[in-house]
Design a protein around this ligand. Structure first.
Ligand SMILES: *Cc1c(COP(=O)(O)O)cnc(C)c1O
Length: 302
């Protein structure tokens, strides 16, 4: 088993707020030094089941954008397992610029082959997947963001005895696999809230298809678009780290926590609610975000 169950659960830390509400964060970002947060759990069964079959020519292929935490995670899996990996990357223009992108550089250093495709080609990744599976019949092909049925089963391991104690379970949403796992396996009395980092109207259906449950709400938390970072977002992340000693990244967890603080201010949560947020990791993305902010002469994430 390449990806192992941890000997100890990651900590659940209280975020002390001056309100009649209890707010906690579960540090999935601490699950593994290289494969962080929800990506570890989403890859868990996918990779372990694949390796249990002892393929003669193991090969892992996946898809992602230039700042994808999933691409970083799969490349690290490949490096740990000694398996070649291929990342299909959105954006042909990166072909000659990947060295300037810390995520892609990390993937390359882990031995991942990168193939850059146009946005148009990337949009047809289902077709590309079919083609690749014919070309490499033994390969494990993981969809974008790692979201599939096995990923949803893996997310179950983010829940335990301790997480049963909360009224609300909150997570950031990209492709929806993580919230699907939480919704599918949480207690019946728990409410699940997904903070959408991406403005994608099809998410609700996608999540329902994976869970067949309607126990979740989605709240827009993309602050102007996926991956767009405004100065307020940067300020929030820096204040949060200074106050509570917990780093957040700007694409998912920073925006989720900022939105949760807004909702608490607005009285969205009833008094005495116990809220648990999942820190889904992705801190490797801060470096790339800072390079862009620096180019624009803006304040950096500290
Ligand atoms: C990928 C990612 C998410 C989104 O997870 P999905 O399962 O795709 O919805 C949330 N947070 C972080 C830090 C991520 O890297």
């Amino acid at each position: 088993m390449l990806l192992k169950l941890p000997t100890e659960p990651v900590p659940i830390q209280e975020i002390p707020i001056q309100k009649n509400i209890k707010l906690f964060i579960k540090r999935e970002d601490q699950i593994h030094p290289l494969i962080s947060g929800n990506k570890y759990w989403k890859l868990f069964h996918n990779v372990n089941h694949y390796l249990e079959k002892s393929p003669d020519n193991p090969y892992i292929i996946t898809f992602g954008g230039a700042f994808s935490n999933h691409i970083a995670a799969v490349s690290a899996v490949g490096s740990l397992a000694g398996i070649p990996t291929l990342g299909i990357i959105r954006g042909e223009e990166l072909q000659h610029k990947w060295r300037d992108n810390p995520t892609l550089l990390f993937a390359k250093r882990n031995g991942m082959n990168l193939k850059f495709v146009t946005r148009e080609e990337y949009r047809h990744k289902e077709k590309l997947t079919e083609f690749l599976q014919q070309e490499f019949p033994e390969a494990l092909i993981v969809p974008e963001g790692g979201t599939n049925k096995e990923a949803v089963e893996g997310v179950k391991m983010m829940l335990n005895e301790q997480t049963k104690d909360f009224d609300y379970l909150c997570t950031a949403v990209g492709t929806g696999g993580t919230i699907a796992g939480i919704s599918k396996f949480c207690e019946e009395n728990q409410k699940v809230i997904g903070f959408k980092a991406v403005d994608d109207a099809s998410l609700e259906n996608k999540i329902f298809e994976l869970t067949l449950k309607h126990n979740f709400d989605l709240i827009d938390s993309c602050f102007g678009g996926y991956g767009k970072i405004n100065d307020g977002n940067v300020r929030f992340i820096n204040d949060f780290k200074e106050r509570y000693g917990i780093p957040l990244e700007p694409v998912y967890t920073g925006k989720m926590m900022e939105k949760i603080f807004d909702l608490i201010e607005e009285g969205y949560f009833p008094e005495n609610s116990k809220i648990l947020c999942f820190h889904t990791g992705g801190l490797q993305g801060i470096e790339g975000a800072n390079l862009l902010l620096e180019k624009q002469n803006r304040n950096l994430i500290i």
